[in-house]
Design a protein around this ligand. Sequence first.
Ligand SMILES: *Cc1c(COP(=O)(O)O)cnc(C)c1O
Length: 230
Amino acid sequence: MIIENLNKFYNELPSRVKLIAVSKTKPIEDIEAAYNIGQKRFGENKVQEMVDKYNKLPKDIEWHMIGHLQSNKVKYIAPFVSYIHSVDSPKILEIINKEAKKNNRIINCLLQIYIAKEETKFGFDEDEIMAFLESDLYKSFDNIKICGMMGMATYTENMEQIRNEFKNLFTIFTNIKSKYFSNSEYYKELSMGMSGDYKIAIEEGSTMVRLGSSIFGEREIINLFKSRNT
Ligand SMILES: *Cc1c(COP(=O)(O)O)cnc(C)c1O
């Protein structure tokens, strides 16, 4: 089924939209099946799981961290991670920059924006982003690239609410672009959309969709719950 599902998405997604296959909780064999038909971008939300999979799989895979990161764990993924979508505080970006420098790398980062009406979500709001981008601390970071933003809509059946949250994120994304990144060739990614809401996300300007269950099948219910809170 994995191959059929992926092919369906390859046909369906506009060419400007990158597909991040979210393989969290799924076995190596599932990732290999996807890789063997050309899928190179995979998303994980736990450091240890990403490291284990990185060690066992081909080295041209592009690994995307999509889950909340703890400071003391950044060092384990810094040698190889391609994108971190879940940059949700100045402190974590400072640590990413430091660990990237140790590895002589530049790590692509997306600023996670809090758009949902839920208590548990991590992320910046627009004022915090602006204050941070104007700070001297931010200007001293040479080993990270800000490539855009990421956001998660509220977990709800209310499609209008989801659409409004994505519209709001798109507005923040473009405001910040015109204020701080109008000359950046890197700031261009808007990571929004999961299996349940990717169609709306694409209509509202997404350039990266993070699809898990619609490719690999449902995860254990406990992980579904955790994925939205950790
Ligand atoms: C698990 C997860 C996804 C994928 O969710 P699906 O509903 O299975 O597509 C996307 N983004 C984040 C941040 C996740 O944790």
